[in-house]
Design a protein around this ligand. Structure first.
Ligand SMILES: Nc1ncnc2c1ncn2[C@@H]1O[C@H](COP(=O)(O)OP(=O)(O)OP(=O)(O)O)[C@@H](O)[C@H]1O
Length: 591
């Protein structure tokens, strides 16, 4: 229970201050010493001016000045050391917060389904992960540092001014709240332009990624110039929004400072009257200098406070954007591997949100060891049927494993129940070994053998330790596909969804891999989506998708009932190209 409430707090900004309390304690101590010590400056400056007047009047000697100067230098040294310590810990605080926030955010992002991420837009996700967290941590750093540099110092200066002449102090400080009110009034603009800047930044990231990913297509089809123009437009919008956001957050601080300083006119007039003995207080030159110096420092600090408001407003924009993602997600129980068992699919139908049904009447009973082939015309919904088992979107009907409804399982149970290999092999820039094992302790050799990839890997310069590049760019299409299949077999689940796993293999290799798959996945139910029907007579069941209907049967039953299936099967059995037999054009998965 305690753990849950701890996790819930991570979307509260206060949580990040609380977890950093030792660092903030160090900031508090050093900050208090630094800012209270700052009062020594104006005091010593006043005393030294007074001493100079006394020396010129013969009332003091050079020794008095030497003592004052030495004490002044020592006090400055102490103040500067305290300042250094405070700065060090404030930076440390900001770095720790940045790290913690990024960790929570990244975890949250990787736990989101691909569908959710795609909906949010890759550019927006990148901006949140990089820019927004940085802005939040920076806002918190400024807030923390200004609490002392501005808050404590302001209070100390105000106390000192009131002590010297409370009437003049109030008169001089009348203008300070004006700068705060103005800064608060700017809040709406700072936040509006800040949000627009973040959105443009997301768009630009997405456009950059698009240009990089589709570079070859744009070049081959002569669309580079057009893309460049579109990109330039994106860049211009980004620059414009950045300039606007910057103007609202940085152009006003000098104005705040001028307003804060206006009170100096009263101090010059009424302070001089105090020195002349005709004002509210009797002052010497030292008191006048101390008061003036103190007020100038107060005015500068005060304009910092107004600037701080803007920095906090900017951070608020970012925090609002990332807050929904700042929920703790744990890795520990993310995949609770389930026992194998029967699968019962009853009257399942599926539609993407806001769209028409892709398929309906999907019924299936399967037991471990069965391989079920799914096929149909191009874009009939094969991949959609496979992905239904990932529960990224809700489905109608029931999908039960050992009588337990899939959509009612926890995410960890679902992950431990269904293994998935999609069109994209999703290989990462690491070795062949690590791409298979994903950190587990096992021998990858047997999985490489099962997918007929062991020989080629052995011939690679680094063998199993060969780095495959981002997304497996250093491998051929067929190699990448087999490596991904080896990974799927290594992390076997009671149900394995394989979406066109053999599309880049030659027929002989496909047959060999299929035979090994049957052996290795003997205790799993394999749902194999494919355009290629050579192996369908060997399937334990076939699912035929046509006009939104899914029909289950043996190869022979489907052959008899559906002439289109028979036509496709026979055309391929004759050795014709798979794609010329499909309706609607080429297969996108083929490399
Ligand atoms: N994320 C999505 N959102 C909305 N519609 C989608 C989405 N993914 C696919 N579709 C639509 O669902 C239909 C079925 O697509 P799907 O990829 O499941 O077909 P498929 O049979 O696997 O295709 P192929 O034969 O090309 O492999 C298509 O009309 C497609 O436009």
């Amino acid at each position: 229970m305690k753990q849950i409430s701890e996790a819930a707090k991570k979307d509260q900004i206060l949580y990040y201050f609380k977890t950093q309390w030792p660092v903030l304690l160090a900031v508090t101590f050093s900050g208090l010493i630094y800012n209270l010590g700052l009062l020594a400056g104006p005091w010593f400056e006043g005393r030294m001016t007074g001493c100079l007047v006394d020396i010129l009047g013969g009332k003091a000697g050079y020794r008095d000045m030497l003592v004052l100067v030495t004490a002044y230098v020592i006090s400055i040294a102490i103040v500067q050391i305290a300042r250094y310590i405070k700065r060090f810990y404030v930076r440390r605080f900001a770095n720790n917060v940045n790290r913690d926030m990024k960790e929570i955010l990244y975890r949250s992002l990787v736990h989101r389904s691909r569908a959710e991420l795609e909906e949010e837009g890759v550019g927006n996700v990148m901006t949140k992960a990089i820019l927004d967290v940085d802005d939040c941590a920076e806002g918190m750093r400024k807030f923390t540092t200004e609490i002392f540099d501005t808050g404590v110092a302001l209070a100390a200066y105000v106390g000192m001014l009131l002590f010297y002449d409370w009437r003049l102090a109030i008169l001089g400080m009348l203008f300070l709240p004006v700068s705060y009110v103005l800064a608060e009034k700017m809040k709406r603009n700072v936040q509006r332009t800040g949000t627009a800047y973040k959105e443009q930044s997301g768009d630009l990231s997405a456009a950059t990624l698009d240009r990089a990913t589709n570079a070859i297509t744009y070049r081959v089809y002569g669309r580079e110039k057009e893309r460049k123009q579109a990109y330039e437009a994106n860049l211009t919008d980004y620059e414009t929004s950045a300039v606007k956001a910057n103007i609202w957050s940085t152009a006003f601080p000098p104005l705040y400072r001028i307003i804060s300083m206006t009170g100096v006119l009263f101090i010059l007039y009424f302070g001089s009257r105090n020195v002349l003995g005709t004002g509210w207080k009797i002052w010497d030159v030292a008191a006048f200098t101390t008061f003036l110096s103190c007020f100038l420092k107060l005015a500068v600090k005060s304009s910092h406070a107004a600037k701080l408001f803007n920095a906090v407003h900017k951070a608020q924009v970012s925090w609002k954007r990332i807050k929904p993602l700042m929920k703790e997600t744990t890795y520990e129980d993310d995949s609770l591997v389930q026992e194998s068992g029967t699968l019962e699919v009853s009257d399942v139908s599926f539609a993407y949100p806001g769209r028409e049904k892709i398929y309906e009447d999907f019924n299936l009973s399967a037991t471990p060891g069965q391989i079920i082939g799914v096929t149909g015309a191009v874009a009939c919904g094969k991949s959609t049927l496979g992905k239904t088992f990932l529960c990224e979107y809700p489905y109608e009907g029931r999908i039960c494993f050992h009588g337990k409804e899939l959509s009612g399982m926890t995410k960890a149970e679902q992950n431990g129940m269904v293994g998935y290999l999609g069109h994209d092999p999703e290989l990462f820039n690491d070795s062949v070994r690590n791409n298979i094992l994903l950190g587990d302790d096992d021998d990858p050799e047997k999985y490489l053998k099962a997918v007929c990839f062991d020989g080629e890997v052995a011939e690679m310069e680094e063998g199993m330790d060969t780095i495959v590049g981002n997304g497996g760019v250093r491998l051929s299409g067929g190699q990448a596909q087999r490596l991904a299949l080896a990974r799927t077999l290594c992390h076997k689940r009671p149900v394995l969804i394989l979406d066109d796993p053999f599309s880049a293999l030659d027929r002989k290799t496909e047959e060999e891999v299929f035979a090994n798959l049957r052996k290795m996945a003997a205790d799993s139910i394999v749902i194999l989506l494919s355009h290629r029907l050579y192996l369908f007579p060997e399937m334990d069941q076939v699912l035929w998708m046509e006009d939104g209907k899914v029909t289950a049967g043996t190869h022979e039953q489907i052959l008899e009932t559906f002439p289109e299936y028979a036509r496709l099967y026979e055309a391929q059995a004759d050795g014709a190209d798979v794609h010329s037999t499909q309706e609607g054009g080429p297969d996108h998965a083929e490399k």
